[in-house]
Design a protein around this ligand. Structure first.
Ligand SMILES: [Zn+2]
Length: 303
């Protein structure tokens, strides 16, 4: 009996403790429930904001791939490039050859490409349809203030920039552009004559360099730059100044590079002065690889 009473008493104590615990648990559950609800609401709102942001960004499409039967096929992404070759100063005779080559490359890779020298196409609403904008052998002052602002907005929204050769001899008074391209052409020390030189391909993992030899010997006009872009860009290739005359940057003379900048991607090559470049398979592969990077096509086009 005594034992039972003690047991009942203990049981009663346990019951009392339990109901106190139950109330505590109820409070805890309520707190957890409210927290989960608030969190869900936050996630839902964030997803909505993100969706809204995506809808207004240049890369609306999802660059997903489906690899049935071993072939990579493009799914939903409309692929489109803008190639801009307006010149406000020196005009390269190779522009026409470069356009022919890019037209061919784009067609081969099922990429739509618009070619223009009309700066009025630089509105945000128009630019946002393109995965990348190629400044092909541009020079000098080519965009007005509104067009510059539209291009900045395009890059900030995740757009791509490709600069070819004299794209670094363009818009010297537009500081943002200077940072985007990485470095300006050195107008004091200029460039070499068209001559053979050896390029050190120091990063051969990028879409624009993966096909290149470690030492790439070719003929072109070799730029000096007003500043060394290393530090703000990822350098892909340097030129060996001991292999030609006219280089003034010393042992570290970057000649092609890329970087993520202000929300977008930028790729630049100093190569491509000559018309012959645009019939050179390795140079064209290098150029197309740069476009693939800038346009964000890496996951959907093999090369
Ligand atoms: Zn040139």
């Amino acid at each position: 009996m005594g034992d039972m009473r003690i047991a009942t008493h203990r049981h009663g104590l346990l019951m009392g403790r339990n109901s106190a615990e139950m109330t505590m648990y109820k409070k805890l559950w309520l707190t957890v429930l409210v927290s989960v609800l608030v969190l869900s609401l936050a996630v839902w709102m964030f997803a909505h904001l993100l969706a809204g942001h995506r809808a207004s960004s240049p890369r609306i499409c999802n660059l997903s791939t489906s690899s049935g039967s071993g072939t990579t096929t493009v799914t939903t992404c409309p692929k489109k490039l803008l190639v801009f070759s307006k010149t406000g100063a020196f005009r390269h005779a190779s522009i026409k050859d470069a356009i022919v080559a890019l037209r061919k490359l784009a067609a081969q890779h099922n990429v739509a490409a618009d070619f223009t020298e009309d700066a009025s196409v630089f509105t945000y609403e128009n630019l946002r349809q393109y995965n990348a904008v190629v400044f092909l052998l541009t020079t000098g002052h080519i965009l007005d203030d509104n067009q510059k602002a539209a291009f900045e907005r395009y890059i900030e929204a995740g757009g791509g920039y490709v600069g070819v050769h004299s794209a670094s001899d363009t818009e010297y008074n537009w500081a943002w552009y200077g940072k985007l391209v990485g470095a300006y052409f050195d107008r004091i020390h200029g460039h070499s004559s068209v001559t053979q030189a050896t390029i050190n391909v120091i990063d051969r993992t990028h879409p624009s360099t993966v096909m290149l030899p470690a030492k790439w010997v070719r003929t072109d006009e070799w730029y000096n730059f007003a500043t060394n872009p290393r530090g703000s860009v990822h350098v892909l290739m340097t030129i060996d100044e001991t292999t030609y005359r006219g280089g003034v940057m010393g042992t570290d003379h970057p000649i092609a590079w890329y970087h993520e900048f202000d929300g977008g991607r930028a790729w630049y090559t100093a190569l491509g002065h000559t018309s012959e470049s645009y019939n050179e398979p390795l140079f064209l592969a290098h150029l197309w690889g740069g476009i693939i990077y800038a346009a964000g096509y890496e996951r959907s086009i093999a090369g």
